[in-house]
Ligand binder design. Structure first.
Ligand code: ZN
Length: 401
C-alpha cells in the first residue's frame, strides 16, 4: 500500500512536501517525495493532510476516563481524596473497564497510536488487548491499597497474568515513594530489570512528598499518614533523587512521571542515571504546581517526553493540545521539530519502543496518523496551533480510524 499526502513528516528527517510512504504488511518499506510507481500496490491519496508517525503518550491512566470533570482542579491532595472516593463507589470495575475502552478510542482519534497505560487492578490490559492500539500495560503496585498487587510477590503474579502480543507489552509501576516502601519499589524495578520489561513510577510530584522523603514535617492528609505507617512506608530521610538511587541503582533505567519538584543540584544526578522524565503540562497546570523544571532538565540532558496523565486531571487525551500548552509555557523556545519529537520518538524511547515506532523509516512499524493540514509553511507548527483530530490512523499497517 502507498499513502500519499501533501506533507509526510518522518521526524527522523525534515518534512517532505508531496511525499509518500510505502507499507508492506505491518512495516514501512519506503519513504520518499513525489509519485512513486504504484505497481501492484493500492495507492491512497490523503490530499491536504500531514502524515506523521502515530503519536506516543507515555503516561496515562485510561481507566480514569469516566471520572472526567468529577474531581475539581486545584491542589493535588483534595483531588486525590475525591478520586479515591469516586473509585470506591459500587460498579467501579465496569465503569473503569468502559473508561479504558473510551480512552483508547479517544486516543486513536487524536492520532495517538501507542500508550503507556498504568492500571491499578491490572484490569486495563484485558480491555486494551481487543483494541487495535499499541500499548505498554503497566501493572501498578500500591502497598496502601485494599486490592492486590500490594507487594512485589503479588506484582509478579499480576505481571505473569498479562498476555502479551505484537501490540501489547507488559511493564510494572510501583506507584510512588509515599505509597510503596523503598524496598518494595526496588523489588519491582528488579522484576522489570530481570524480565527486560519497562517500568515507570510517579516521583517528586508534590512539595509534601519531597518533605516527607527528606524527613521534614510534611503536610500530608492524616488518613494517608496513618496508612503509610501501617504499611511500613518510612521516610528514607533523603532528597528525591537520592531516594531514587537507593531504589534503582545498578538496574535498567525507567520512566519518571512528573518530577515537578527537584533541586538544581539534583538534576545533574538525575541526568547521570539515564531515567526519562515525562512531563504532563496540562495536568501540571490543573494542580496549580509551581513552574516545572522542564528547561533545566532539558539543559542537563535528561531524556524528556510529554504525556497527558488521565482525563480526571485533563481536558483531552490529545498530545497536540499538550504541545500547544508546552509551546506557550516555554515561549516558543523549542521549535516545532523538537516539540514533535517529545510525543513521537522521545516518548517511544522512554517506553523502550524506540527501535520499532516513533519515526517513519523503512523497517519501522507502520503506526501512522494523518491530520488535515493545508499549511504552505511549517506543517508541524500548523498542527500544534490547531490541534485537529486525526483524519486517518494506521497501527501496524492496519487502518483503525
Ligand atoms: Zn499519573
Amino acid at each position: 500500500m502507498i499513502l500519499r499526502a501533501a506533507w509526510v513528516v518522518p521526524v527522523s528527517s525534515p518534512p517532505i512536501r508531496g511525499g509518500f510512504v510505502r507499507i508492506a504488511g505491518s512495516r514501512v518499506v519506503e519513504v520518499g517525495e513525489g509519485r512513486p510507481p504504484a505497481g501492484k500496490d493500492e495507492a491512497i491519496d490523503l490530499g491536504a493532510a500531514a502524515l506523521l508517525p502515530g503519536l506516543v503518550n507515555p503516561h496515562t491512566h485510561l481507566e480514569l476516563t469516566g471520572y472526567a470533570g468529577q474531581a475539581p482542579a486545584g491542589p493535588f491532595w483534595p483531588w486525590i481524596s475525591q478520586l479515591i472516593r469516586l473509585r470506591a463507589a459500587p460498579g467501579q470495575v465496569q465503569r473503569e473497564q468502559q473508561g479504558v475502552r473510551d480512552g483508547a478510542w479517544l486516543s486513536l482519534r487524536a492520532g495517538v497510536t501507542c500508550v503507556g497505560d498504568i492500571s491499578r487492578r491490572n484490569l486495563a490490559w484485558r480491555v486494551l488487548k481487543g483494541i487495535p492500539i499499541r500499548k505498554v500495560c503497566f501493572v501498578e503496585l500500591l502497598s496502601l491499597a485494599d486490592d492486590p498487587p500490594r507487594n512485589s510477590g503479588e506484582l509478579r503474579s499480576e505481571l505473569d497474568a498479562v498476555e502479551e502480543d505484537a501490540l501489547l507489552t507488559a511493564g510494572v509501576s510501583p506507584h510512588a515513594p509515599y505509597t510503596v516502601p523503598a524496598g518494595e519499589i526496588r523489588a519491582a524495578v528488579e522484576l522489570a530489570h530481570t524480565r527486560h520489561r519497562p517500568w515507570t513510577t510517579h516521583w517528586a510530584e508534590t512539595r509534601e512528598e519531597v518533605a516527607f522523603l527528606a524527613g521534614q514535617p510534611a503536610d500530608l492528609p492524616p488518613l494517608l499518614t496513618a496508612l503509610m505507617a501501617q504499611c511500613g512506608v518510612m521516610s528514607p530521610r533523603l532528597a528525591p533523587m537520592e531516594c531514587l538511587s537507593l531504589c534503582t541503582a545498578g538496574l535498567a533505567p525507567g520512566l519518571l512521571a512528573h518530577v515537578n519538584y527537584v533541586a538544581q543540584e539534583e538534576i545533574a544526578v538525575l541526568a547521570s542515571t539515564g531515567h526519562s522524565v515525562v512531563y504532563c503540562p496540562r495536568a501540571h497546570r490543573f494542580f496549580g504546581h509551581e513552574p516545572h523544571p522542564f528547561m533545566s532538565l532539558r539543559r542537563a540532558g535528561v531524556p524528556l517526553a510529554i504525556g497527558t496523565d488521565s482525563l480526571a486531571s485533563n481536558h483531552s487525551l490529545s498530545l497536540l493540545d499538550e504541545l500547544a500548552v508546552l509551546d506557550a509555557a516555554t515561549g516558543g523556545a523549542l521549535g516545532s521539530a523538537e516539540l514533535l519529537r517529545l510525543v513521537t520518538i522521545d516518548a517511544a524511547r522512554a517506553l523502550g519502543l524506540g527501535d520499532r515506532i516513533g519515526t517513519i523509516e523503512p523497517g519501522k512499524q507502520a503506526d501512522l496518523a494523518a491530520f488535515p493540514c493545508d499549511a504552505r509553511g511549517d506543517p508541524v507548527a500548523a498542527l500544534i496551533a490547531q490541534a485537529p483530530a486525526a483524519s486517518a490512523v494506521w497501527v501496524a499497517g492496519e487502518r483503525v480510524v
